[in-house]
Ligand binder design. Structure first.
Ligand code: ADP
Length: 440
């Protein structure tokens, strides 16, 4: 009777807490509807060499929980260690056993462990004594459901088989769901572990790098003052690149701090107009060197927001730095601030290279960079915008981008105006109009 050498999956240790009560209810129903003494579910071990009980009636729990049921060994002709359950699992079909005690493949280990006597397994034509059906999910055998010892020495019928197969299909969905959930949980655990390792690495690396970098910057700045003017440009290169390195380290560290929820959130009332002017001042020289025209419109009113000015300055700096980087000489950069329904809206608009539609939804993700020959010429780590997003959201704001490839981009953030400061005149049409002029 036992034959076949089907590929079958090893069990993945189906352990979901929700699964247990469901399978227990299912085997009780199986026993009740088929009129048998015991129904149970078996699945393959991780190694795929043995079966174990996944669901058992309570009175067999202690005795059978640890029992391993062997599989028939294909091709060896060895049957003494085999089991009918294993055959069902390997072949994905109900087994047929007219007389259990005479059946060489009946595994007696479980009976001995549970001090139980399986009288009957399954009979082929018209009446059966033992019913065992595979639990199949999309052609894959996940386990098997068996009903043992029809009460009052009756025999199983076609109806019993249909009942068991129906219940097995429900068990299949439940087991598969539990396995998927376990897998998802496992991947999540691995991700958390990797994240912790990464945070540790960033914390150590940024701390260790900051000290020598501080020394390089300090000494280079000192030397620049005392050295002959001919050599100053060399020192400027050292200082510029050391500052760039410092910026990368600071960005990595602040990103990581925020992710771990250890970023400090300080807030005080700041003038958005002053903040914009300060940030623009720091980029004025760079913009002029690249022959870009940079101007701003912060309206008449001095809009106030509650935040840490250095964090919002970082958010805006990253936007302006990108506008400078991705706009060709002769281009324009326009910074607009206005108040709209309880928010301050700040936009950095450029008429630069723009962003392809396929990349636009991703640019606020960490390490995301647009892969095109135009953008790859520029240095960067794909962190700037994700940091801006973190900084703005930290204060209850929102940030987004609109862009037309080849025409320009409009990066905007909103920050809530504290309610006591909200009665400032609204200057709403300017940003919208300016943005349209630039990128349409
Ligand atoms: P990076 O620090 O590498 O510039 P960002 O997170 O600041 O990373 O930006 C992500 C990507 O978005 C950039 O690599 C660039 O391709 C694109 N990008 C951002 N701002 C602009 C802009 N104003 N114009 C065109 N592309 C931009």
């Amino acid at each position: 009777m036992i034959s076949g050498n089907r590929d079958y999956p090893a069990g993945t240790g189906t352990t979901s807490l929700d699964l247990d009560p469901f399978l227990h209810a299912l085997i009780s129903t199986a026993a009740e509807l088929t009129g048998c003494e015991v129904a149970s579910i078996l699945e393959l071990d991780e190694g795929g060499e043995q079966l174990h009980f996944l669901a058992l009636p309570w009175f067999h729990q202690d005795a059978l929980k640890t029992v391993k049921v062997p599989l028939p060994r294909a091709g060896t002709g060895t049957t003494s260690q085999a089991s009918v359950a294993g055959w069902v699992l390997q072949n994905g079909q109900p087994a047929v056993v007219p007389d259990v005690m005479a059946e060489p493949h009946h595994f007696k280990g479980a009976d001995q462990a549970a001090d139980f006597s399986t009288r009957s397994l399954m009979v082929p034509c018209g009446y059966w004594d033992y019913l065992a059906v595979p639990i199949l999910y999309q052609g894959e055998t996940l386990g098997m459901l068996e009903a043992v010892n029809k009460t009052e020495h009756a025999h199983y019928t076609e109806d019993d088989l249909t009942i068991l197969e129906t219940l097995a299909s429900q068990a299949a969905i439940a087991i598969q769901n539990a396995r998927l959930m376990n897998k998802a949980q496992h991947s999540q655990d691995q991700m958390s572990q990797l994240d912790r390792m990464k945070s540790g690495f960033i914390a150590i690396a940024s701390h260790e790098l900051r000290i020598p970098l501080g020394l390089i910057l300090g000494h280079a700045t000192f030397l620049r003052e005392v050295i002959q003017p001919d050599y100053r440009s060399q020192l400027d290169i050292i200082i510029r690149n050391a500052l760039r390195l410092k910026e990368i380290i600071d960005n990595l560290a602040s990103m990581d701090n925020d992710q771990r929820g250890v970023a400090s959130v300080r807030a005080r009332s700041i003038s958005i107009k002053h903040l914009i002017e300060e940030v623009m001042d720091s980029f004025q020289q760079e913009a002029e060197q690249k022959h870009l025209i940079m101007r701003c419109d912060t309206g008449q009113a001095d809009l106030l927001v509650e935040c840490d000015s250095s964090k919002i300055a970082t958010a805006l700096s990253n936007m302006i730095k990108n506008a400078i980087t991705f706009t060709d000489p002769g281009g324009h950069i326009f910074i607009v601030a206005e108040s709209i329904s309880g928010y301050v809206k700040v936009s950095a608009i450029d008429d630069g290279i723009g962003i392809p539609p396929k990349d636009l939804p991703h640019i606020f993700k960490r390490f995301y960079q647009v892969e095109s020959y135009l953008t790859r010429k520029h240095e960067g780590m794909g962190l700037g915008l994700s940091i801006s997003k973190v900084m703005v959201e930290m204060y209850g704001g929102q940030i987004w981008a609109e862009s037309v490839e080849g025409k320009g981009s409009n990066f905007t953030f909103l920050l809530p105006i504290p309610s006591e400061n909200r009665d400032y005149p609204v200057n709403s049409d300017q940003a919208g109009t300016a943005s349209q002029d630039f990128i349409s």
